[in-house]
Design a protein around this ligand. Structure first.
Ligand code: HEC
Length: 442
């Protein structure tokens, strides 16, 4: 009896050490390589979106995989080479050491493929990951990093840990939890009754965008699976387009409601931190860590203007209500105004709050820019007078997202903060009309 048990546990150990192609290797290739090596885009004449294809040499006629010989395998040679120009993934950082080692060990131990059907697509063989679950009760309040309001203004969607939570906007009561979302949700856009877009990921590892039906959350579709985190996402006011950007420096634009990719460009040399659609839905603005902000034609994906007036990373952008002007805010506390050709406006620098990040920008009305800052303040500005007009709120912690809601003459400002709180303010009232912690069970 004892002997059988010992035998069993030893075999369990042995098989645990064996590297699984479908669970461990395929996800790396999907995230890092398939984009350039697939049907319709086989760089170097090489595809690895299908197992059978992955085993065949490309233009070099050198075997990509030689069982037990990593150093003779072109695939391994190209990910491990120190020649940056040759290295895969092309024009990107080298794979993390852990992943490179895993591929090395997998080839060294025979490059076994644990799937019988060699015509299978890589994407189809990865087992539905045992994704970490959202906690039933949050052990402490989680910073809220994204916010959206449904089209009728009755429900708020907030970021959670591997989930998106829905809250009654009148009472602050939890309505629903949508699980299976990225670990960090960094942007939300509520497009229609049946479409909520969720973007996020894990920095340096993965980026995702999902379209979910909030009424029936099992109805969902993944629009993007990128190799780095998505940081910004916006829907056009006419509801026809959804654009996202992030740490892979790419901007992708999708048609709605289909979710079909319309265009994809790399307008920046560094992370895309903030985005906005013009009120007329014609243009898109991007803010980047590369110190520039851009105006892009939303129908074609062509860059129309580049604003180079910032001297540090740009975090946020907004269009004026007539869609003509743009304002952009940076990490060191400056907001600049520029026109549709990318030229700075005269007297176009606003400094509302000292050296703190300008995290979210908006317009209260045609003349009044609004900003939420790293210091926790939300202020409106006198655009011409270059000074703060009104301090609307001051919180203890950074304001990560801000929304404006208008009912007739009443304007509400909804914010979410690093302290985990959602607060709804009405302009003119000192105290919030509603505040709650968006951490279920807390
Ligand atoms: C951004 C596009 C891009 C990505 C991402 C990319 N590659 Fe490549 N790959 C290329 C290009 C282009 C070539 C052609 C050779 C060259 O230009 O260096 C190539 C060639 C290759 C070849 C040689 C094919 C042949 O026989 O000539 C292999 C093998 C390869 N890539 C593997 C990978 C692997 C593995 C990954 C992921 C870790 C990857 N590539 C990611 C663009 C890419």
């Amino acid at each position: 009896m004892l002997r059988t048990l010992l035998f069993l546990s030893l075999t369990a150990l042995a098989s645990a050490a064996e590297i699984s192609f479908s669970r461990q290797i395929a996800p790396i290739l999907i995230d890092q390589c398939v984009e350039c090596h697939r049907s319709g885009k086989a760089k170097g004449g090489y595809r690895l979106d299908i197992i059978e294809q992955m085993l065949k040499a490309g233009d070099s006629k050198t075997s990509p995989l030689v069982a037990s010989k990593p150093d003779e395998s072109e695939l391994y040679r190209l990910i491990a080479t120190h020649e940056e120009d040759d290295r895969m993934p092309k024009k990107a950082d080298a794979l993390p050491e852990k992943e490179m080692k895993l591929i090395h060990e997998w080839i060294a131990s025979g490059a076994k493929i644990d799937v019988a059907d060699k015509k299978a697509a890589l994407r189809s063989i990865v087992p539905e990951q045992e994704k970490a679950q959202a906690p039933e009760k949050y052990p402490h309040p989680l910073p809220v990093t994204a916010l959206a309001l449904n089209p009728t203004g009755t429900t708020l969607a907030c970021s959670g840990y591997f989930e998106t939570t829905l809250w009654d906007a009148a009472t602050g009561k939890l309505q629903a939890r949508i699980g299976g979302m990225p670990e960090r949700v960094l942007a939300l856009a509520w497009i229609s009754k049946t479409q909520l877009a969720v973007a996020g990921g894990v920095p340096g590892r993965s980026g995702e965008v999902w379209l979910v039906n909030p009424m029936k959350p099992t109805e969902r579709k993944r629009l993007v699976s990128a190799r780095d985190c998505l940081l910004a996402m916006v829907a056009s006011p006419d509801g026809k387009l959804l654009a996202c950007g992030g740490a892979d420096n790419q901007v992708r634009c999708f048609e709605l409601p289909s979710g079909k990719l319309k265009w994809q460009i790399e307008p920046h040399a560094d992370w895309i931190m903030g985005m906005a659609f013009s009120p007329d839905s014609q243009h898109l603005a991007t803010a980047s860590r590369d110190r520039t902000a851009k105006r892009i034609d939303a129908s074609k994906g062509e860059i129309m203007a580049t604003f180079t007036g910032h001297t540090c990373a740009v975090l946020s952008v907004a269009f004026s209500p007539d869609s003509k002007e743009t304002i952009s805010g940076d990490v060191e506390g400056e907001i600049r105004r520029w026109d549709s050709s990318g030229d700075a406006k005269k007297d176009g620098t606003l400094k509302p709050g000292g050296r703190t990040e300008m995290l979210v920008l908006g317009f209260l009305d045609a003349e009044t820019p609004l900003v939420a800052m790293g210091s926790g303040a939300v202020v409106s500005m006198d655009a011409k007078g270059r000074k703060t007009k009104d301090q609307i709120t001051r919180y203890e912690d950074r304001v990560n997202a801000l929304l404006l809601q208008r009912y007739g003459k009443t304007v509400r400002i909804i914010t979410v903060c690093h302290d985990g709180k959602v607060r709804i303010h009405e302009i003119g009232k000192a105290q919030p009309v509603l505040q709650f912690l968006a951490s279920p069970g807390w």
